[in-house]
Write a protein that binds this ligand. Structure first.
Ligand code: CA2
Length: 146
């Protein structure tokens, strides 16, 4: 069965507790449930991981090789700072979708630049938690060759 990794970066464990006007009211647990329901209805397996540590995110991306067919990555603030994550994404053979809950382009200018965009299949942002559903759909459509 096709397996996908849903990988969340720093501070996303705090979702739903602060700044709901930017990130929505859903907690990471709500997003987990949303992704699990989407995976079930799509007939795929998913693994969900969250880490506040850049190196752990790199390790999880490397470990996904030959295990997962694709990755949905919300790299959080590391999006805007991390060449290490860019290099990790460049080194793997599976497609990665960059995801953001908020529309990073109508926020502070430092959020307009993403290091990881250079190596990803595509970017989804601004649709809140529903973006994860869109990203899983987009990955599966890509993997089916559609
Ligand atoms: O919009 C997104 O999903 C972001 O990746 C979220 C990151 C931010 O640095 C990116 O620019 C855009 C921040 C996640 C922090 O999440 C919080 C959750 C609750 C309270 C405060 C921050």
């Amino acid at each position: 069965m096709t397996s996908l990794l849903i990988l969340n970066g720093p501070n996303l464990n705090l979702l739903g507790q602060r700044e709901p006007e930017i990130y929505g009211y859903e907690t990471l647990q709500d997003i987990t449930r949303l992704c699990e329901n989407k995976a079930k209805s799509s007939g795929v397996q998913i693994q969900l991981e969250q880490s506040n540590h850049e190196g752990v995110l790199v390790d999880l991306l490397q470990a996904a090789q030959h295990v997962h067919a694709g990755v949905v990555l919300n790299a959080g603030a590391y999006t805007h700072t991390s060449v290490a994550l860019l290099d990790a994404i460049s080194s793997v053979e599976f497609p990665v979708i960059e995801l953001h809950l908020s529309n990073v382009f109508n926020r502070e200018t430092f959020r307009h630049h993403s290091y990881i965009s250079h190596a990803v299949l595509g970017v989804i942002c601004g649709f809140g938690a529903y973006g994860y559903v869109l990203a899983i759909d987009a990955l599966l459509r890509h993997l089916e060759g559609a």
